[in-house]
Design a protein around this ligand. Structure first.
Ligand code: PLP
Length: 295
């Protein structure tokens, strides 16, 4: 069964899928992306990801490549053609193809839309059992971290430092000494008093994670105290528990931060409970947005 990619309206074998060399996504990283988890054949938190896609595109003046309903049909077609039940669907939209020039092409050109789908397993007990180390690195990115830009060089460099140091994620630290977020995740700690803490999404300092928003809503629903404030690496070293959240890594328990062991180095009770709540939420097909079907 060959892997199928989507490029501008065509479903193409993955290994022969191509974009133009003057695509602005390639030339300038002038584009936006989204990653949606496919779990048990369902695109999880699809509405949240599409809302953020539209918002990010709007922030940089790129039109939606097609109406949302049509895009959703193409997303389902990708799932169907790839015959995958669990994985990650990548949606990438660039400003389109134009002779290399910084300013926006005028008149506007057709945005490029690329989708790829890759298989992934979501073995929750194994993931829960695998608490992982994180390190901190300076956050060298731009100031619009609320936009899910394809310009990911800051994150690429941060992740490579993490890999070189045997860590699973890099938590980035802003110029004032506060953790912003992970290179591809949001960062959370639980302090000595058992309070859950994560950085606010205000002031464009972080990406407003769709998983983060779901966890926030679950905390509200379950009466779990959540404090939205920035925290430093020093505070994080003393945390009782720590974890990251993202669409495909879900909730990743953190075993150590910069070599400082967190709790007993394993998933803690609050993280464990949140994981269960999140999975119940993610896998519940009765939720309104999951029921929606464009066909
Ligand atoms: N922050 C950054 C920088 C990310 O790249 C991601 C996901 O890729 C997240 C946070 C988590 O966002 P989400 O939960 O929507 O996947």
């Amino acid at each position: 069964m060959p892997r199928i990619a989507y490029v501008n309206g065509r479903y193409i074998p993955h290994q022969s899928a191509q974009i133009h060399i003057e695509d602005r996504g390639f030339q300038f990283a002038d584009g936006i992306y989204e990653v949606v988890a496919l779990m048990d054949g369902e695109l999880r938190d699809e509405v949240g990801h599409l809302d953020r896609l539209e918002r990010s595109l709007g922030e940089i003046g790129i039109a939606m490549p097609m109406p949302r309903r049509v895009l959703q049909i193409a997303m389902r077609e990708m799932v169907r053609r790839n015959r995958i039940k669990n994985g990650a669907l990548y949606i990438q939209v660039s400003r389109g193809i134009a002779a290399r020039d910084f300013k926006f092409p005028s008149p506007a050109v057709r945005p490029t839309l690329v989708m790829t789908l890759r298989h992934m397993t979501f073995d929750i007990p194994a993931r829960k059992a695998a608490a992982k180390p994180v390190i901190t690195v300076p956050d060298i990115r731009w100031k619009r971290r609320d936009i899910k830009s394809t310009a990911l060089l800051g994150q690429v460099l941060a992740k490579q430092i993490a890999v070189n140091e045997g860590a699973a994620e890099a938590w980035m630290v802003d110029d004032d000494g506060f953790i912003t977020e992970g290179a591809s995740s949001n960062a959370w700690i639980i302090d000595a008093k058992g309070r859950l803490i994560t950085r606010p999404a205000a002031h464009n300092a972080i990406l407003k994670g769709v998983t983060r928003s779901a966890l926030q809503a679950l905390c509200k629903q379950e009466g779990i105290e959540l404090v939205e404030r920035a925290f430093t690496p020093k505070e994080a070293y003393k945390a009782r528990e720590a974890f990251t959240s993202s669409a495909t890594a879900l909730i990743m328990p953190v075993s150590s931060i910069d070599g400082h062991k967190i709790g007993n180095g394993k998933i803690g009770p609050v993280t464990d409970k949140l994981y269960d709540l999140y999975m119940e939420y993610a896998m519940n097909p009765s939720r309104k947005e999951q029921k929606w079907n464009p066909r």
